[in-house]
Structures are given as structure tokens and as C-alpha cells.
Design a protein around this ligand. Sequence first.
Ligand code: ADP
Ligand code: MG
Length: 717
Amino acid sequence: MNVNLLQTPIDYLKGVGPNRAKVMRSELGIETYDDLLNFFPNRYLDKTRFYKINELQRNSAEVQVVGKITHIKTVAQKRGKRLVADFTDGTGKMELVWFRGHKWIRENLKLNTPYVIFGKTNWFNGLFSMPHPDMELVEDYKKQLRTAMQPVYPSTEKLAKAGISNRVINKMMQQLFIESKGRFQETLSKEILAEQKLIPKAEALFNIHFPKSQELLAKAQFRLKFEELFFIQLQLIRKNLLHKKKIKGYIFESVGEHFADFYNNHLPFALTGAQKRVIKEIRADLGSGAQMNRLLQGDVGSGKTIVALMAMLIALDNDFQACLMAPTEILSIQHYNGLQELCEKMDLELALLTGSTKTAKRREIHEKLENGEINIIIGTHALLEDKVQFKNLGLAVIDEQHRFGVAQRSKLWKKSRSQEGEKLSLPSGGTKGVLLPPHILVMTATPIPRTLAMSLYGDLDISVIDELPPGRKPVKTVHRYDSNRLKVFGFIRDEIKKGRQVYVVYPLIQESETMDYKDLMDGYESIAREFTDFQISIVHGQMKPDAKDYEMDRFVKGETQIMVATTVIEVGVNVPNASVMIIESAERFGLSQLHQLRGRVGRGAEQSYCILMTGHKLSEDSRTRLQTMTTTNDGFEIAEVDLKLRGPGDLMGTQQSGVLNLHIADIVKDNQILQHARHVASMVLKEDPNLQLEKNKIILHTFTQITRKKTIWNYIS
Ligand code: ADP
Ligand code: MG
């Protein structure tokens, strides 16, 4: 079909309009017809059968019944009223119940007219009732393009509020299929379709939205998952091949003066074996002539910073500049101070650039970066601004990389002013004076299980620091119920009296920000009432950056003993004297986040503690998470559990985007398809590395379209 039609803004689809389009853009990222088409249901309701009322079972799942409303009444209850409709199908009677939206329902419901209703039933006082049923006139029901398996699309509160219900999405989808006549271009080659026994694209799209049967749905899902994973793998493998072959990098031949001076004279402690190994790996990369693209994984506190510094010193030794980018201002400042201290006795110029750097200072920094006076710049996203240009950036280090968005990272690449690596053609000979992309080192404390990392970051090399510096005492972690709060307070008091400091962390989850904020404030007040003899800091997202820094700084200096905060302190903050981490409503945090938070303590010589506070009511998953936390300190083990519990979507902590922004495949559950797709992709590229063969034309076409729209960084976030 006409590709252009699919590029039409969603506003133009009949039944959408500008208001709904706006919500769909912001909530679902749906901008075009094509985006809508690729917005897939996350489950299906089985409406293959109709039930009679006299067949209904207690505790049954959702059921579908045809019948008529004979009477509607309002019933007073403790709070407000409920609306009750008598519903009968000739075999028996049941009640439909609404607790809100009375007026609309009363005005619109038709008496003695056949309806198809669908929902979950309750059994009470000898009668079945169905609260807030899905209902539709039989007359309309028959007119719809409809299938037995009813798709349920992902939804959000805001979507629901804007009236974009599942049924509305469904209608839009129908409209889309009508306008396009359901003709969608094939995206895979005939050969692959035949070999892998895949159904055609158009058929798959139809059946994913309007499945005709369980069997066709399964085929559609398989086809679309395969395709999604295939093209990601194609991109990864191709990128990897290109890297190995074409993307040249600066050759840092010498490990010279700065590195040696630091290593011999200023190293504040002996490096761990793991740190030494990783530095060697990095050194090898930097001297290889290819651009380094390395992911450094290391648990919180494993000592990644010093590794980064030593890599940067190698860049300096070769007359290049280096930068270190961190996701928050607080963290940038800490890095800056830490590195300043480490480099104190060396003749280096370090600078800090963040959003709050004053204009005059900013100008000075810009200048000094361009003329090469600054050797190492540390900062936040501010480093990415167009005005920031380097004389010769040789190495970019990105800390806690999962906190950065996609576009941001690729921007760093372009700081070297040469475009995408793939287009670089290189002169033979040395790399002096040639403009090349900087070497990239990304660091993360969120461990990704190796097997997963291989398929996700196929284009990155991976180093792991799997050893903590000696003398660390593992953090003791316990789970306590809210009812034991007084004891916990007593413990806090004892620790502070010993000279320690304490974090108290509250969850902050966007959907219910105001409520969380209230929890935080209530908590702060109760702590303030309890500990009148101590100084308390508070830091949360609604504060101005200045105020945050001020409070943070007081805590760092030890002027305050208790830090009450939301998760803003999660990343990287280093206060070695803080030895107690209290996590409130711990059941609301993901595992990796809990682990990150716990990593804020246990940084000094003292025994540290992490106390997970919850109420008594806990889900199965929450219990597993809490138990995992209390039984292990090993980030990789925790990551494995996390992966099993939640899938990779949440692996990276709070970020909804997760590791991979997949439409339909699930990296964990569909791991077999993934492996398979990877194999097929590598076979295709082996035979035809540039996809030039006639039979692969269609793959090339799809591939070009996908990569034009998004690079692999869009998948990995
Ligand atoms: P992370 O990997 O979480 O970024 P850091 O680099 O902040 O960890 O290191 C955590 C702490 O451990 C710092 O105070 C650092 O000085 C210290 N450290 C790092 N490496 C060693 C080592 N080999 N021996 C002793 N202490 C170390
Ligand atoms: Mg760190």
C-alpha cells in the first residue's frame, strides 16, 4: 500500500482529532498511522463463548452474556449511591452495578433492548452482579469488525481520562484498516518467510489486532516478534562488523607521563585485580586503531571512577582532551571534587560545567575547551550543548549511562564534528590530525546478565569489575514492618550517637506524585518530631537545584545527621560516613533500585545497615524482592532475579523505557526467538554483508526505513 498514507499524522484519522491526538502522542508516542498500526495489544480477552445466566459459576473469570435490562434503580449506600440495573436473559436474573457515572448511564441505557455485556461477576446474597460491565447493543455488536479474541491495548490514567478507552482504540484501528484496505507492505524476504514458515506481514498485522482464532493469533505474534528481533539483530551485527572493519579511532600509542605519574605517585590505594584487568582492556582498545565502544559494568562501590580517570589520563598523554558526563548535578559535582583531589598534585586543568554554571564562567570554559587549556571536563547534559566544542576530544566517559536518553548520547558522538562513523572513510597511515569520533566508555552500576547484554549491546564490548575493594563490610539488610517503627527509630538514634549519618528514602512515582510528596512530608515531620536533637536535611524533586545542593552539601559535610529524600539521591552520591539506609514503602521499589539505594551506604569502614520498611500487605513479587535483598549483596544475582520477576523492561530501574523499547517481543520470554533471529540475521549478513542481492532487496528496504527512523540507540535506552 501507499507508504505515505502510513506517515499521515494520527490527527487525520477519522475519530481521532487534535485533542485525542495530543494525548496519544504524549502518552503512547503515537504520531502517525504507522505508529498506531504498530501499537499492539498486550493481552486478549477470550470472547469465544456466550454464557447463560443460569450457567454462571462463582469465581468465574470474565464472562460474556446476552440479555436485556428490565429496570434501573438508585440504591443508597454508606457513601453516595450506586446504580443498579436488573438484567435478564430468560434463563435467570443478575444485576449490573455502577458506582460512578450514573447520569450518563441512566440517560443512555436502553430498557428491554438486547445488549452484549462482558465483565467479571460477583456472587452476593444468592445473586450474580457485574460491576461496570462492558456493554454494547447487540445491533451494534453485529456491525463491528470483530473477532472472538478481543484485544486489550495498554492504557494509562491519562488516556482513560481523555476518553480513549480500549474500545475507542479498537475503533481507530478498524478505521485504519478500512482506510488502508489492510494492505501493508511485506518487510521480510520470500526466502525467510518460507524458511521460517512465517505468515505475510499484512495477515500478521490483521490478526494481531483482530485475531480470527487462537491459532492465527499465535502465528501473527510469532511473525511480528521474529521480525522485530531480526531487524534489531541485523542492525547490531552489522554495526559490529562495521566497527571491527571501518570505524577507525584515534590511536593512543603511548601510555605516558600523566598515567605513569599517577600510577606511581598518586594512586591513593592499590587497585583491585579487577580494576587492573579492566584498565588493561581499555588500554588495548585505545591503542588498537579502532574506536573504543566499551561498557564498563561494576557494582556500586566497585571503583569505576578511578578506572575512568586512568583511561582519561591515557587520552591526555596523547595530547587529547577527555570528558566525563554524569546524569545529575550532584553527581557531577562529586566527580569533579573527587577527581580534583586525585589529580591535585598533577599539573592538569579540570573544569565543571552544569546547568547552573554562571554565564561568565561558562564562556570561559567554552573558550578553554576550544583552545585546549582544559584537559578534563566534567559535567551534566550541559556538555551536550552545541556551544560546547572541543579542541580535540579523545575520550568521552558516560557515567550511569542508563539515565541518559538516546539522543543525548548520540550527540556526544558528534562532538568530534565528524558524522556517523559508518560514513567515515579513512586515509591510510596514522590518525594524527584526522577528525575521528572520540573513544567511548560507558559505565553502569546496573548489572545486566551477560547473556542478555550480548544480545542487547551487541555492538559494545563489555568489561566487568567483579570485585569490591578490600575491607568492605557487606551491608546488613533487614526487612521491618511499619508497626516496628519505634524500634527502628531507636536504632537510628543509637547509630547517630556513634557519629554516623542516616538516609531515609521515600518512593516517588510519577503517576501519584502529589500523594508521594505528601508521604514524604508526613515522614519528614514525624522524623523531625522524633529527633528534635538532630539536624535533618530534606531533598526532593520539587526543590530548586540550588536548595537541593545546599541541603545535600550540609549532609556531605556532616552538618546534618539525617537525610530525608526521594530517590534523587539514588545515583552515585558518596557520603562514606552515612551508614544507615532506611527505605520507606520498600515494596514499591524495583530490585535494581533497591540495590542502587543500598549502595549509598557501606562506603566507609563502619558496619552499615539497610532497613526495608513495609506494611503487612505484600504481594508475592514484593516478598521475593525483599527476600532477595536481605539474602544477597551481589548485584548480578539481584539482576538475575529482577530479570525473572519483571522482565528487562524494568531492569534499568525507574525508567519506563527500559532496556529495549520493543513493541511486541519480550527479551526474556522470547529469548529463543531472539537467539533464532540472531542466527538468521547473521546468516543473511554472512552471505550478503551489504544486503545487495536481489533476494534481500526487501530486507534492505525495511532496514533502511527502520534505521532512518531510529538507530539502535532508540531500542536501547
Ligand atoms: P562506583 O563504581 O560505584 O562508581 P567509586 O568509583 O565511587 O565506585 O568508588 C567507591 C569508593 O571506593 C570510593 O571512595 C573510592 O575511592 C574507593 N575505591 C575505589 N577503588 C578502590 C580500591 N582499589 N581500594 C580501595 N578503595 C577503592
Ligand atoms: Mg560511580
